[in-house]
Every structure is written in C-alpha cells, then in structure tokens.
Design a protein around this ligand. Structure first.
Ligand SMILES: [Zn+2]
Length: 137
C-alpha cells in the first residue's frame, strides 16, 4: 500500500482486514474500524490523509463521514476492492461506459482497449480507463 507522504497522519479504514504492506508500527499510521471513523477524525488536525478501502457503497459511506469531518478531496484516497459494476471514464476520448464488471474493455466511444484502474475520480464519478498496452501491442 502506497501512502501519500505529503500527509502528517495516515488514517486507514477498510471494509475488511488491513491491506497488505500497511506498516501499523509507524507512529503516523492508524488503522480505524469504520464505526470509530467519525469520532477519530473529530480529534485530528490538519495533515490527515484518509485511505478508504472497500466496495462502492462502503467507499461512499466513509467518504461522507470524512467530508462531514472537514476533509477535502485531496486528503481522501479511495480504493475499490468490490466486485460491483463500475463506471469507467476513457482518458483518451472522455466517453463514460457504465456497468463495467471486467478489468479491461473496449471503449464504447473510441474503441481503444482500456484497462480499468483503481483510481476513482470524484469529479468525474468514474474509474479511470487508460489504454491497455497488453492488448494494444
Ligand atoms: Zn475512448
């Protein structure tokens, strides 16, 4: 798991177990259970980076708590681990394809083979799809 090192405190909340590679011995890393998130964030100051890991409904439930606690979009990192259908934004032609359940797809706009990344854009409300070089060769 990669941390945003511009933060002073890294708060991780997941739907399931802590992610692999998360160093819980670091004094600036905290693993919080979902029911404690609001109370924990209320005690924090500037410099918090929140990492939410889970399926879509969980992501948005925790995201709402984080925004209510005053965190900005740049301080919240979302990682979808659910198997639910997703909305994918083509980085090449800007077409949005809905109900994508696979990790690669042909873009419904430009037809390029896309690989769906874990990065979710709040602004676009979609996952980023970029040229899948394995299929484009
Ligand atoms: Zn496209």
């Amino acid at each position: 798991m990669i941390l945003d090192e511009t933060g002073r405190k890294h708060v991780v909340v997941t739907q399931h177990a802590p992610p692999d590679g998360l160093d819980l011995t670091r004094p600036d890393v905290a693993f919080i259970v979902p029911s404690d998130l609001a109370g924990y964030l209320a005690t924090q100051h500037m410099g918090v980076r929140l990492y939410i890991i889970g399926a879509d409904p969980f992501l948005w439930e925790m995201h709402e708590i984080a925004v209510a606690a005053g965190l900005g979009e740049g301080e919240i990192h979302l990682t979808n681990t659910g198997g639910t259908a997703r909305r994918v934004y083509c980085a090449h032609c800007k077409t949005v394809t809905d109900d994508v359940t696979q990790t690669t797809l042909p873009c419904s706009g430009c037809g390029l083979p896309l690989a769906v990344h874990a990065h979710f854009s709040r602004r676009l409300k979609a996952y980023l799809g970029v040229l899948d070089i394995k299929q484009a060769v």
